[in-house]
Design a protein around this ligand. Structure first.
Ligand code: DAT
Ligand code: MG
Length: 135
């Protein structure tokens, strides 16, 4: 079994798309190992997005991610589950994401792009530890 971190971002919660997004992962055959609706503060986001601190879009990213609760989840499946989740999410910019992906089907904005998924096995381990230290 392999685990990765998924966040249904505030836009997904606000738009009522959490069921649609988690449902896609469930229909794929992945399982939910942990789920929590949570307000994300700037300190936690700085640790989560440490690679992006200082970039031109960072301020807007944190403002968006902290404006209303997000649904944080651990998704479980076979080896390299993080890769399956990333493929199902689509490209970072929803305007460039393929149809059939979450971002390609449901979004148009690069900041408000609905979903986060860890981008490697190491990231998955680090991010799960950050959001679910007791798991
Ligand atoms: P991803 O979420 O696909 O892993 P990322 O880690 O490069 O993408 O960036 C994290 C988030 O930051 C991304 O989901 C949306 C925002 N972002 C990235 N690049 C951006 C840009 N050029 N302009 C505005 N927002 C951006
Ligand atoms: Mg990323």
């Amino acid at each position: 079994m392999d685990r990765t971190l998924v966040i249904c971002k505030p836009d997904a919660v606000e738009r009522g798309l959490v069921g649609e997004i988690l449902g896609r992962f469930e229909r794929k055959g992945l399982r939910l190992a942990a789920v929590e609706l949570r307000a994300l503060d700037s300190d936690l986001l700085a640790r989560h997005y440490s690679e992006h601190v200082g970039k031109p879009f960072y301020h807007d990213l944190v403002a968006f991610m902290s404006r209303s609760p997000a649904l944080v989840a651990v998704v479980e499946g076979p080896e390299d589950t993080w890769r399956v989740v990333r493929a199902m999410m689509g490209a970072t910019n929803p305007m460039k994401a393929d149809p059939g992906t979450i971002r390609g089907d449901l979004g148009t904005e690069v900041t408000e792009n609905l979903v986060h998924g860890s981008d490697s096995a190491d990231s998955a381990q680090r991010e799960i530890g950050l959001f679910f230290p007791d798991l």
